[in-house]
Structures are given as C-alpha cells and as structure tokens.
Design a protein around this ligand. Sequence first.
Ligand SMILES: [Zn+2]
Length: 266
Amino acid sequence: MKILLGPAGSPTDSTLEGVSEVKKLGLQAMEVEFTYGVRMSNTLAKKVGERAITEKIKLSVHAPYWINLNSTDAKKIKQSKQRILASCERAHYMGASPVVFHAAFYGKKAPDETYDVVAEQIRDMQSYIKKKGWDVKLAPETTGKISQFGTLDELIKLAKETKCLLCVDFAHLYARNQGKIDYKKIFDKLCKLKHLKHLHSHFSGIEYGPKGEKNHMIMDSNPPFKPLAREILKRKQNITIICESPVTWQDSMRMKAICQELGYSF
Ligand SMILES: [Zn+2]
C-alpha cells in the first residue's frame, strides 16, 4: 500500500521549482492549482512533468473554481467545460491525474435532476478526452456547502455510472455534516467502487456554519487526522492526501509525522 502526501499548490512561486521543493521536504505529491484560470503553457506543463518524473512526485490538478455544470445558462456550462478541459490538456502534458473540480450548484433543480445534468456533461467531457488521447481522469470533489452538488453518495453513484473518479475532501464532508465524520463508513462505501484502486483526497481543518463550509483552516481536530490515518492503515488503502490548509506543506509534514507514529514508513 502507498500513502502519498503533499500540498495543494507549489510551496514556492514556481510550479516547476515547487516539484523539487516538495521532494526536498520529504513529501510525495503535489496538486497543481489552476484556481483562477489555466495560465500554464503546454511547454511548461511538459517541463513540470519531466521534473516530476525525475523527482518521483505524483502530480494532480485542481481546475478553476468558476465551474457550474448545472447552470441554467448554456454559455456558462460551455465555459465550465472549457476550463475543465483546458486543465485536462495541461494535466496530460504534466503526466498529472486526476483533474479535480467542484462540479455544480443545485440552483433551483432537485438533487436528482442535477445529478442527471452533471452525469451527461461528464460523459461528454470523457469522450472529448478520449478523442484527444489525453491520459487523464476526471474527479469531481465532495463539496462543503449544502448548495453544492457533491455529496459522497452522489459522487459514488457518478463514479459507478460514468467510471469517472472522485476526490474525497474529508474536511468538506465534515462541514457538510455539521462536524460529524465517520471514516469507517466512508471507506465502507468507497470500497464498493471496483475501479478505484488509488483514492485521491483532500484534507485540512475547516470552519463551518448551518450552510456548511466557511473557511479552510490549519489542521487541528476539526476534523481529526489521526483516526483517518488509522483507518487507511487498517484497510491498506492506497491514497493521495493533498493538504488544503492555509499552511499546506507544513500540515502535510504533520500528517507525515502522524502516519509514521502509527508505524507507516515513507
Ligand atoms: Zn478540496
């Protein structure tokens, strides 16, 4: 089994140098963040990918935030897909996968109607990715606000039916459930997905209110990391855990120390 830990975004100003920095820190993964837009050239993406191979760092990508595959405005759906697909193109050149994104808002639609719309758009993007020959998987993320599509059950169903992956953000699940999280139950559900050999996930502390997620926070006990690490080790679950706290790599190092304390060696 393998546990890969690393920051969301580069620990330095440069994505390329960030890959080497992650290695120096003794971490194993990094998520390239296209938070406010895809501004990387394919040439740079290739260089980052070569560096990641040399340094043995596993890369993934986070697509821009402004995405709603369930918008009532067809133009906004189109733009959302373009942002995800532009992320996929760079990911392909970086050898990075999966491409993570927050899929949609329910808006005025019921959750099951939203599901159908999202599933259709995912299938459409998958056929485009296939046509382009990109070696990249899509991973919608479990979301933290109750107005957002992306409960664990919705994403498991989506993964089953479209064969996409999913990104389990444990802090989001915790915020959405008003400070409750049952790691055993989560993995019991996930292990039914036969194509999910290596789980991609996010972790951080989180602040929440009645509507769910408010802010990502420094890792403390909200939610707790140690019981998660225990559950992963007990199940021998292959996993990448990207840290999305305000101090990304520092908290990744704390996760590493906790895993080591429980007997895992990196
Ligand atoms: Zn996340």
